[in-house]
Design a protein around this ligand. Structure first.
Ligand code: B1M
Length: 225
């Protein structure tokens, strides 16, 4: 029953149990559950519970780290399944992706990258704690169409604007679309900093990336801030 499976997946994240999380992911794949359903209905709700309990002081940093480990173990099984879906698609565009300077949250950003790859984008993931100038240098080197910037902390969101400034400084802003996301990020914030788009989750990020590619091909130039 997927609902039972989803609730045990959720619990494996709360418990910070990598082995259980990983074997449940394997079970899901073997029984034909779509990997994205397992992520969205099983593991991600577990992460939300952990975040809430952490905020209330009912869980502590080591617990949150154990939960992240469990999530990583599940993703190690599900990632290749998602990537397989994209193997035969034509190249949709080049994306440089990363989490902003000062921020080491990687799970959501990596999921965005996996789904973009699964939908035909060539993704270069710079990892976490990435300087604005590093985004710009990689975008220049690869001739990127899109730069994607994730931030999970209210204190690091402002560094998304720093990435846009680095692209402007490098003279690349008119050639590169910028998309932003992450739990504290909103559409309004994206507009305020002059990004070209905001996505609330990984699947919306794929839709947005496609839309930005359309705009790019039609020559829509972003407004400079
Ligand atoms: Co951190 N943490 N954390 N943490 N952590 C949050 C973000 C927090 C909300 C928890 C809480 O208090 N409720 C809180 C931030 C509060 C705030 O700023 N308002 C917080 C805090 C405070 C901290 C520390 C400061 C704790 C401390 O040290 N005292 C510290 C900061 C470290 C740093 O970055 N400098 C810290 C550390 C950590 C861990 C290392 C333990 C671990 C991360 C491990 C890792 O990534 N390797 C961790 C975790 C796991 C979390 C929570 C619990 C879960 C994050 C996650 O992975 N979610 C988180 C609580 C929460 O978010 N509810 C929390 C699952 C993931 C699939 O979702 O990342 O939101 P998410 O990504 C989504 C969307 O946001 C979107 O699509 C993704 C998939 O659907 N998206 C994009 C993301 N990026 C996108 C980019 C796009 C488009 C869409 O375009 C480019």
């Amino acid at each position: 029953m997927p609902d039972d499976l989803f609730s045990t997946m959720r619990q494996s994240i709360i418990d910070g149990a990598p082995d259980t999380a990983s074997s449940l992911a394997r079970q899901a794949v073997d029984s034909g559950v779509a990997p994205l359903d397992a992520i969205n209905n099983g593991y991600v709700p577990g992460m939300h519970d952990v975040g809430e309990q952490f905020a209330k002081g009912q869980m502590f940093l080591p617990d949150m780290m154990a939960s992240a480990e469990a999530m990583r173990a599940a993703m190690a099984v599900l990632d290749p399944e998602l990537t397989k879906l994209g193997a035969e698609r034509p190249m949709a565009g080049v994306v440089v992706l990363g989490t902003t300077k000062g921020d080491i949250h990687e799970i959501g950003k990596t999921l965005v990258g996996t789904l973009l790859s699964a939908h035909g984008f060539r993704v270069h993931d710079l990892g976490v704690d990435v300087e604005g100038d590093t985004f710009a240098a990689k975008a220049r080197e690869l001739g990127a169409d899109i730069v994607g910037v994730s931030a999970l902390l209210t204190t690091t969101m402002r560094n998304q604007k720093g990435v846009i400034e680095s692209l402007e400084k490098a003279g690349l802003r008119s050639q590169v679309k910028v998309m932003v996301g992450g739990a504290p990020v909103t559409r309004r914030w994206a507009e305020e900093i002059g990004a070209d788009g905001y996505a609330k989750d990984a699947m919306s990020a794929v839709d947005l990336a496609r839309e930005l590619m359309q705009q790019k091909l039609q020559g829509v130039v972003p407004v400079q801030t």
